[in-house]
Each structure stands twice: as C-alpha cells, then as structure tokens.
Design a protein around this ligand. Structure first.
Ligand SMILES: [Zn+2]
Length: 379
C-alpha cells in the first residue's frame, strides 16, 4: 500500500479510532489496501496497552534487567549496590546520543555482574517472566550467552541448567535461546554452546543464535558453528542485517537460519526481500533498539510500510527492555504513532510471532486462541 494512501486513511479514521472503545476483528486480509465500504479499523495506543496477548521472540536476558530486578538479584547474592535508582538506571539504560551498536553493547557489562551464579540466573529468568506476565505477555523467548556467565566459575552447563530451572518456575511459557558470541577468541566456547544446545534441546532450550559486534566480526567468520548446529538439528536464528548490511542476511540464510535477528537492512535489497518471502523467513524486528544504535535516524524511516507491501514476515520485539527502555507494547505504540496500524495488521504481526516461534505446535494453538480472544473482546 502506498504510504500516502495509508496516511490519508490514518488521518480520516484517527478521530474515530481515538473514541472507539471496542473493536472486532474479522479474518486477516491478504491485501491491506483499503477498499470502498471496507474501511480499515485503526487501533489506538490505549487499545494496544490493554490487548494482553503479547509475545517477544527477541529478548536478551542481560539487557532486560529492571532496576527492581537488579536490586533483588544483588540482595539474593549478597552483592552491595550502593547506588540510587537514577545511578542504576544509567548503568542499565543507554543514553540518548548513543553512537552505534558497539557503544550500545557497553550497557551489558553491569547487569552481567549480577548474572554469575546459579541463583542469579534462575531468579533473573523468573523475575523477567513475572514482569512480562504482569504487562500482558503470553509467551517469551529469552536469550543469553552461557559463556558470558562463567566469570565466577560456573560452567556453561551449569548456566544452562540454572536457566532451565528458572524457566520451569516461570510465570508464563518461556523458551530459551543460547547465544554464541562474535569475537576472535570465542571459538571453543561457541562450539561448546552448540553442543550443549543439542543436549538440552526440547528440555527448555529451543535454538541458538550469535550475538555481539556484527560489523567487527561478520557472520561469515562463523560457518563451522552453524554447520555443527545443522548437523545436530539445532534450529537457529542469527543477528544479521542490523549493523551489517543485506549481505549478512544472505549469509545467515545460506547457513540455514530459521529466523533473522533484526534483518531490517534487508529493506535495502529487493531480491533479498523476495527471498525472505519465498523461503518463509521471519524477521525479529526491534525498532527502538535500531534507533538507539543509529541504524535509522527516525522511526518514520523504519521499513514497516515496505515490509508490509512486499509481504515480508516480521515480528515486533523489544531486544533489550532495560537498555532500550522499552517493551513490546511500547514498540507497537511507536510503530502506531508513525504508521497508524490497523487492528488487522497488529493481529497479523502477533500471529507472525506465534508461527515463527520455537514453541511446540500445541502451545502455538493455545497462544493463537489467546490472540483471537483478545481481538474479539475489548478489555
Ligand atoms: Zn539482539
């Protein structure tokens, strides 16, 4: 749909949407171009706030530690946190004017210090899951790099077992994604992460990923990791097309990635977008994070209309709730402020997330039922 048509309808229906307290969604349309007599229903930020059927497929444990969680984790581990809330916030959240992904990644040092014991890891997953549930989430895929939690003597296996314990006691269904790390000295640790992912697959762990400074350490340098994952039938998503360009997404697809973390720079390459459609690949989009790391200078430049027009499947995620001071609801509202989403589009994005998740088929059915129910009743 052309942007000006979207804007015209948005302006025309914004006033109506603003006072509409209820909405009923019929089946999702294949074509989001409005036709005469079949006007799109725009969703309001208030409706988004109370929807109560959110999921997050791209959520880093260390980047999503709230101030309250940091205090609780410190207490549990006898760590003294002699800081005000404002000082803590500065440790956990990126400041405006962050230059790039490398500077953004510096904010992971502090929360990492609170995630070096089994208790800390188990409790951090439970606390995060409870916070998500309280906000109206119904499912989350939480990711972390086991090798980053071994600074006080834990093995990667112990880290993973502590996280599985947290997942088992979590307030909502959680899948765990184990991240390998980009770097020039992480090879052995990464291979161990893949082997352990295979061992704990379907016991709480659902996939692997690779995170870290994408432009400094391109995905192409890590082929053997994903060959091993493939050989062991471990599904994977790969951070690509964020700091690095469309080529990095192609490399990830060539490896056999089921999803792409971010992948927004696919918008720079028409043939790549078509490949994503043809291969049924879903992008894990995280708009605020991309603004923080200066991938886009403004949300109005985000390729939301382009992906909708080209029928590229994407999902809305928070990436790092604390570092980016966000959550999935705010991400939807941010997109809504810029592009005026219809209820059909929001429902489609939530359904994309469920379909692309690493959840079991039976859990996916449960989650879809919750989304349908949420859209049939105004809360
Ligand atoms: Zn990420």
């Amino acid at each position: 749909m052309k942007l000006f048509v979207r804007r015209f309808y948005a302006m025309f229906f914004a006033a109506i949407a603003a006072v509409t307290m209820g909405f009923v969604v019929t089946s999702c349309s294949d074509d989001d171009t409005p036709s005469t007599g079949d006007a799109p229903q725009y969703i309001t930020n208030e409706q988004l706030a109370r929807l109560g059927c959110y999921t997050d497929l791209h959520l880093h444990l260390d980047g999503s530690m709230s101030i309250q969680a940091a205090r609780k984790l410190a207490r549990l581990q006898d760590i003294t946190l002699d800081m005000s809330d404002e000082e803590l916030r500065k440790q956990l959240q990126v400041e405006e004017g962050c230059k790039d992904l490398d500077e953004y990644l510096e904010k992971f040092d502090f929360p990492g210090k609170l995630l070096q014991t089994s208790v800390g890891i188990t409790e951090s997953i439970k606390i995060l899951a409870q916070e998500l549930k309280d906000m109206g989430y119904i499912y989350a895929e939480i990711r972390f790099a086991p090798q980053k939690h071994c600074q006080k003597g834990l093995t990667q296996r112990e880290v993973i077992e502590a996280s599985i314990k947290g997942r088992q006691e979590a307030a909502l269904p959680v899948s765990l994604i184990l991240c390998c790390m980009r770097g020039d000295d992480t090879h052995e640790e990464n291979l161990e992460t893949v082997r352990l992912a295979a061992e704990y697959l379907d016991k709480g762990v659902s996939a692997i990923d690779i995170a870290g400074a994408e432009a400094l350490f391109p995905t192409s340098a890590f082929a053997d990791l994903f060959q091993l994952a493939k050989a062991k039938n471990v599904p994977f998503t790969i951070h690509a097309g964020e700091a690095d360009g469309p080529e990095s997404v192609k490399v990830a697809l060539d490896y056999g990635a089921r999803r792409i973390g971010h992948g927004v720079r696919s918008a720079e390459d028409a043939s790549l977008m078509q490949r994503l459609v043809d291969e049924g690949i879903t992008l894990e989009c995280c708009p605020t994070s991309n603004l923080n790391t200066a991938i886009f200078q403004s949300i109005s430049l985000y390729p939301f209309p382009l992906f909708m027009e080209k029928k590229v499947k994407f999902t809305v995620n928070s990436d790092n709730m604390a570092v980016s001071a966000t959550n999935v609801i705010r991400e939807f509202q941010l997109l809504n402020n810029a592009f005026h989403l219809t209820t059909d589009e929001v429902k489609q994005l939530l359904e994309n997330s469920i379909s692309a998740s690493f959840a079991s088929e039976s859990l996916k059915e449960e989650l879809r039922a919750k989304v349908n129910k949420a859209f049939l009743q105004d809360k």
